[in-house]
Design a protein around this ligand. Structure first.
Ligand code: NAD
Length: 498
């Protein structure tokens, strides 16, 4: 029997009523493992109403109590980390050790959120004017929506939900319809940890559900992570309806490899950063920019045998390096880009097409692919491929390499590998990209910093998690207060400080 997912509204599982479903696959076998109900507008409105009803009590709950509930939630997440990772691995296809790590990166945000009594403090100016104090506080917004992509079904829902809830908001989460198992479990765990019902609701769905969240006037803010085309649409629609919106989009992350870099370190870093999670990471390195032909020649020599020997198999097996892609459709899209690269004249050093795992012939597997001599005017360079494909570009100078990353329409992450401190510092300072690694291939900041790209990789002006999320999920109220010890005189001019 194929499992049928539900929605999770006001702490209860609610069966989908639309009669529309999306298949969830086990990408390692190609079999349909579950069906996701696609909510109607009326079903999303039910979830919004539950969140709206829970808001007055939750926002009035003391900040210390909210922090304690978040602490219990965090403890439960740690306990359930293996179970959550298995759900991620089973539906997304990333190998189990990688899935464990991705869950942990979400738990780290829950941990950070436990410090909310300190983080959400306002400001106070004593005697700002004579006998007048000014103070400000950060108030929750109300009901907020989270809309998440398929590639991190634990981490990204946790980024959004933990920070939104702990600041006093209630949440309607709309996870990817491709792998909703883990986000559904997170909402159950919230209630098991003592979180009030209605504070975290999950509706499953597609465009119809998203459109309702973007336009319903009870939703005060929308946090979105996904592809750039949808991010732009979400940002334009949500803001046109008067909402706060942060919308993170796609990526094409470059690693600049200087002639003085330790190429063994570079090869080790590139293998994990390009092929880990089958390249389905918004912070994957998909372009290696080699400064000088000698660097490129040596790197190709080092990478070729390693890409050919990648350990690929069913995601729940141990000690593998790569699992399958999420769906057959996505695998086809990646294969089309490989073909495009060949037709555009890039040199395909390793071709991952035609790869299969014995006994798992219907799994959505693809081997690793490596391109050399990719040129910046090729469409396969300009577009995000989002698969296990690494493209090497040859440049003759640091400046030419930095310009590639800066001029690319995406600006999520980038890294530089070098022994030259001045080059590293200049790169970090000048490159037009939101997150930079120095001898670190995937510079995803920890929970006490924040995550966000530039250019076509992010729309809106607050990053995910860290203090940026406290700001995104709260609005400032400022109070000017006087307890007069003498008569207040009439003043017809604008009040000025005395
Ligand atoms: P996607 O844009 O297809 O889907 C993201 C969400 O939008 C899903 O919940 C989906 O149901 C919804 N959606 C899809 N089509 C829609 C439509 N027409 N109207 C309204 N909503 C719609 O993205 P995906 O394929 O799930 O995820 C992969 C993409 O996400 C990649 O481009 C990747 O780079 C990006 N990503 C970005 C970041 C980041 O922080 N910048 C992080 C992770 C993933």
């Amino acid at each position: 029997m194929v499992k049928e997912y539900t929605h999770y509204i006001n702490g209860e599982h609610v069966a989908g009523k639309s009669g529309r479903f999306q298949d969830v696959f086990n990408p390692s076998t190609g079999e349909v493992s579950a069906k996701t109900p696609l909510a109607t507008t009326a079903e999303v409105e039910e979830a919004i109403a539950a969140a709206q009803a829970a808001f007055p009590e939750w926002s009035a709950t003391s900040i210390v109590q909210r922090s304690r509930i978040m602490t219990r939630f965090t403890q439960l997440l740690y306990e359930k980390q293996p179970e959550l990772a298995e759900l991620v691995s089973r539906e997304h296809g990333k190998v189990i050790e990688d899935a464990m790590g991705s869950v942990l990166r979400g738990i780290e945000v829950a941990e950070f959120a436990c410090g909310i009594p300190h983080l959400q403090k306002g400001e106070f100016s004593d005697n700002a004017s004579r006998e007048i104090d000014i103070f400000s506080m950060r108030k929750p917004l109300g009901v907020v929506a989270g809309i998440t992509p398929f590639n991190f079904p634990a981490m990204i829902p946790l980024w959004m939900a933990c920070m939104a809830m702990v600041t006093g908001n209630t949440v309607v989460l709309k996870p990817s319809e491709k792998d909703p198992g883990c986000p559904m479990r997170l909402a159950e765990l919230w209630v098991e940890a003592g979180g009030p019902k209605g504070v975290l609701n999950v509706v499953n769905g597609d465009k119809e559900a998203v459109d309702c969240l973007l336009t319903d006037e009870r939703i005060k803010a929308v946090s979105f992570v996904g592809s750039t085309a949808i991010a732009k649409y979400v940002y334009a629609t949500a803001t046109a309806h008067g909402k706060r919106c942060q919308a993170m989009g796609g990526a094409k992350n470059h690693m600049l490899i200087m002639p003085d870099a330790d190429l063994e370190n570079v090869a080790n870093a590139l293998m994990g950063a390009a092929y880990g999670s089958a390249g389905e990471r918004c912070m994957a390195i998909s372009v290696g920019v080699c400064v000088g032909d000698e660097v490129a020649d040596r790197l190709v020599e080092m990478l070729k045998p390693r890409v050919e020997a990648l350990k690929i198999g069913p995601s729940l097996e141990r000690d593998l390096e790569m699992g399958p892609l999420v769906t057959a459709e996505h695998r086809q899209k990646v294969m089309n880009y490989i073909q495009m690269g060949v037709e555009e004249g890039a040199e395909l050093v390793v071709d991952g097409r035609g790869f299969s795992v014995p006994g798992h012939d219907n799994g959505f597997f693809l081997g690793g692919s490596l391109f050399d001599r990719v040129k910046p005017d090729m469409k396969s360079y300009k577009d995000e491929i989002f698969g296990p494909v690494l493209q090497l570009v040859r440049v003759q100078s640091f400046e030419e390499g930095m310009a590639l990353a800066s001029d690319h329409e995406y600006g999520n992450g980038t890294s530089i590998f070098t022994h030259n401190g001045a080059a590293a510092r200049t790169y970090a300072d000048k490159v037009e990209v939101g997150m930079v690694g120095i001898n670190v291939p995937i510079p995803v900041p920890l929970a006490f910093h924040s995550f966000g790209g530039w250019k076509q990789s992010a729309f809106g002006d607050h990053n995910q998690f860290g203090m940026e999320a406290v700001r995104f999920y709260t609005k400032v109220k400022t109070i000017t207060s006087r307890w007069p010890s003498s008569i207040i005189e009439t003043d017809f001019s604008i009040p000025t400080l005395k």
